[in-house]
Design a protein around this ligand. Structure first.
Ligand code: NAD
Length: 494
């Protein structure tokens, strides 16, 4: 561990922290220390873990302003936005710790008629050590979606934060040390891609990855070497649908925030809007009004592009849209500065342009006129991603939401699902697979253990070489009584 990682403030370029880069050896040692702690962590049970996690929650909450400052310095996002993501992470921490016992604890299930002499039980056991690799855009909320659910389920965690936000990751691990001094329950390791690869190859039991689909594929390939299971929380190209019967000002207000907040660097940010023909002009007017006055800059509502290279990606999507006949209602090519990008609304953009097909991850949005909501659904479902989405409709919200191919959908609001701890979070297609948050998010970091316990002798012993013609006939009669009728009704047996 001789090389150093410098964390830079994206606005000033100042070095705000220096961290030793972890290699395979130091990661192996971290995983070993974490593993050594898991028997104790498991032994204190759900109630013991709930208590420790509650104390940690208290530490984070009391020092929220300090953590928000680290997030602000490393990502450039406004302090208030940093506080918002920390607040949501705290709420998830409370939910995961509070629900682990009920969701994962041992329970009895019906054994069924054939096995009526058995008591059937199942429980969800912790895997051991979970590796977490995180992105920089929500450096608290996003990795904590894996970390706190894994810990509440009884695992230890080794966490590699993004190289752009190492200070945030270190702060989180250090804050747990205040509750458990000298602990290895949550260890932070630092570095760029090779450190992530080393974590994938370490002696871990699962890897939870959040980042781009391209890196997700590499992570999955590396983990496959040792058959390590993965959760992949990748990018998105979320659509927002506007029906003809909505309050246009409210829909536009939400759409503007969904598209431009965090300077568009949100995996479930609104990147495409499909609007019913009858209200298209009115909605565009309202959206333009809602975006008016939203400025990127020091002290503005929008921070910089945290990653310098993202500026070029956003510029290329805008230029491609304009070159193919699109039009900028506000913003446009001139909106792209060195590090800050002003809100940009693009219209008349062909469906095969980059601004429609690829994740832009900047404060831009396309607005497209559709003849009806069927067309809106079809276009929204058209891409390779399927992360989140939103529907604005007074009368058809639930129906339209159901037809969207995405992991999460908000009706008449944006991104609300992320703040509901009981709802699972994750995508389909190039947005990844597996779930964090909610019951699914707890189970994701466990393996299921099923048990049968014989509570009395069976009426017919089927699993014995003493089984004879009498038992075989009785079994066939029972099966016919149980299932024969179903096949006759459906005509399969005839
Ligand atoms: P990224 O893919 O560049 O990096 C993510 C993490 O992977 C970083 O920690 C990085 O160091 C690490 N990494 C890079 N190469 C690796 C390798 N070969 N093996 C192992 N680890 C490696 O993504 P990013 O730029 O940090 O984050 C932005 C992306 O994350 C966007 O696509 C965004 O949509 C997505 N994201 C998704 C969610 C979600 O929940 N689905 C949430 C936030 C962000």
């Amino acid at each position: 561990m001789t090389e150093k990682l410098e964390s830079l403030n994206p606005i000033t370029g100042d070095v705000v922290g220096t961290y030793p880069i972890d290699d395979a050896d130091s990661i192996a040692a971290a995983v070993q220390r974490a593993r050594a702690l898991t028997p104790w962590w498991v032994s204190i049970g759900y109630d013991g873990r709930k208590e420790v996690l509650a104390q940690w929650r208290g530490v984070i909450t009391r020092r929220m302003a300090q953590l928000a400052q680290v997030v602000h310095e490393e990502t450039g996002k406004p302090h208030a936005d940093a506080t918002l993501e920390i607040g949501l992470a705290i709420d998830h921490l409370a939910w995961a710790a509070g629900h682990a016992k009920k969701v994962l604890g041992r329970r009895t299930v019906n054994a069924g008629l054939l096995m009526a002499n058995q008591v059937a039980e199942l429980e969800y056991k912790p895997l051991g050590v979970v590796g977490v690799i995180g992105p920089w855009n929500y450096p608290v909320f996003t990795p904590m979606g894996s970390i706190v659910y894994a810990l509440a389920a009884g695992n230890a965690v080794v966490f590699k934060p993004s190289e752009h936000t190492p200070g945030v990751g270190q702060w989180l691990a250090d804050s747990l040390s205040e509750v458990l001094p000298d602990q290895s329950l949550l260890t932070c390791v630092h570095g760029i891609g090779p450190t992530g690869t080393a974590l994938c190859r370490a002696d871990i039991d699962k890897l939870a990855f959040t980042g781009s689909a391209a890196t997700g594929k590499k992570v999955m390939a590396t983990c496959a070497e040792n058959l390590i299971p993965v959760v992949i929380e990748a990018g998105g190209k979320d659509a927002l649908l506007v029906d003809q019967d909505v309050d246009l000002a409210a829909a536009a207000d939400a759409a503007a925030w969904g598209a431009f907040s965090n300077a568009g660097q949100t995996c479930v940010g609104v990147e495409r809007i499909y609007v019913h023909d009858k209200v298209y002009d009115g909605f565009l007017t309202e959206l333009t009004k809602a975006a008016d006055g939203v400025r990127a800059g020091v002290g503005g509502q929008l921070g910089p592009m945290t990653m310098e290279s993202q500026v070029g990606v956003v510029r290329s999507h805008i230029e491609d849209a304009l070159a193919r006949g699109g039009r900028a209602v506000i913003g446009g090519a001139d909106a792209v500065g060195d590090r800050f990008i002003q809100p940009t609304i693009l219209v008349d953009v062909p469906e095969d342009s980059l601004a429609i097909t690829e994740e832009t991850f900047g404060p831009t949005v396309t607005v497209t006129r559709v003849k009806d909501m069927d067309e809106a659904v079809e276009l929204a479902n058209g891409g390779k991603y399927g992360l989140g989405g939103a529907v604005f409709s007074k009368t058809r919200g639930a129906e339209l939401a159901q037809r969207l191919r995405s992991g999460m959908t908000s009706v008449n609001s944006v991104i609300a699902f992320a703040g509901v701890p009981s709802l699972p979070f994750g995508g389909v297609g190039d947005s990844g697979f597996g779930r964090i948050h909610g019951e699914d998010g707890l189970k994701e970091f466990t393996y299921t253990h099923a048990t049968t316990r014989q509570r009395m002798k069976p009426l017919m012993n089927l699993t014995s070489f003493t089984r004879g013609q009498k038992e075989d006939t009785a079994f066939a009669t029972l099966l016919t009584a149980l299932h024969g009728r179903a096949s006759r009704v459906r005509g399969i047996a005839d």
